[in-house]
Design a protein around this ligand. Structure first.
Ligand code: AMP
Ligand code: MN
Ligand code: MN
Ligand code: MN
Length: 276
């Protein structure tokens, strides 16, 4: 079975509409797909319908932005009930403040000679309330300041660079609570990206498990093969299920839908027992 439990649409910072993401996944042989837009459930209905038409299994998902000890983490909620009031209200509070942050980012970019980035980023975002760093990155590419999205992050949008503005997202316990309230399974997304020491990662995983977290992404677009091994070992050590997801954002931006190796068969997949 080809399973991809992490990708984005125009409902957050993906380049394709929800239905187009699903059709592309189906065309690439994906059998089980979760749409996991950032802090947003709006794309799910359209994607679910498209999956029904394409005869692939669809999983309602979300990727929640979390602040933990000063580091931004992403927590996936899989098989969530998109009508859960706690989840819907919680995500609304997480989204609030994105516009304000975007204004601060633009002001800071102004100071290094990048003009018009607030309007430019908004133009890239389908929903202004969802404006984020990827939209700034696409604007920076558009005006020729950098050759590609990766370069835009490296030069302007990561901590320490002029377009980065610290932001306070949800607390870890809150995000886990919303996912649980919505009947979903919480999975720690791309743990290799956080730059945590082994000790801090161990503490994070204990806290994550204590709050009801069930899984960890092992095979994902931003992990190296070495990291597949490292996080497979941590999954086993902490009794967590393993997940696999491309983190697809658009054609020619990183990994393709369904385009990753299978999980190590010794791991327990998060989708085990989810039914046909
Ligand atoms: P935001 O929630 O606005 O801070 O944006 C986070 C998003 O930026 C992530 O979900 C990725 O899509 C993207 N992103 C973060 N770091 C990088 C990077 N180094 N290269 C490319 N995209 C990145
Ligand atoms: Mn993103
Ligand atoms: Mn992420
Ligand atoms: Mn993602």
């Amino acid at each position: 079975m080809r399973v991809d439990l992490h990708c984005h649409s125009t409902a957050s910072d993906g380049a394709l509409e929800p239905a187009a993401v699903v059709e592309r996944a189906a065309a690439r042989g994906v059998d089980v797909l979760a749409l996991t837009d950032h802090d947003q459930l709006d794309g799910l209905a359209e994607a679910r319908e498209a999956a029904h038409a394409a005869r692939i299994k669809f999983v309602d998902g979300v990727e929640i932005s979390v602040s933990w000890r000063g580091t931004t983490l992403h927590v996936l909620g899989l098989r969530v009930d998109p009508t859960s009031e706690l989840l819907v209200d919680g995500l609304r509070t997480v989204r609030a403040g994105r516009l304000e942050r975007a204004r601060d980012m633009a002001r800071s970019l102004d100071e290094v000679g990048i003009a018009g980035s607030f309007e430019g980023a908004l133009q890239q975002a389908e929903d202004p309330a969802m404006v984020g760093r990827t939209h700034f990155a696409r604007y920076l590419v558009e005006i020729g300041a950098v050759p590609d999205v990766r370069g835009a992050f490296r030069r302007y949008l990561v901590p320490g660079k002029p377009g980065f503005v610290p932001h306070r997202w949800a607390a870890l316990g809150e995000a886990l609570g919303w996912i649980r309230a919505a009947g979903g399974h919480a999975v720690l997304a791309h743990p290799g990206r956080y730059g945590l020491s082994a000790g801090a990662m161990d503490e994070l995983l204990r806290e994550f498990c204590g709050g009801g977290g069930e899984g960890i992404e092992v095979v994902t677009g931003s992990h190296s093969p070495d990291q597949y091994g490292l996080f497979a070992a941590l999954a086993t050590h902490h009794g967590l299920a393993a997940s696999r997801g491309s983190d697809f954002h658009g054609p020619a931006e990183g990994v393709e839908l369904g385009g990753l190796p299978a999980l190590d068969p010794r791991l327990r997949p998060i989708w085990q027992g989810w039914g046909p």
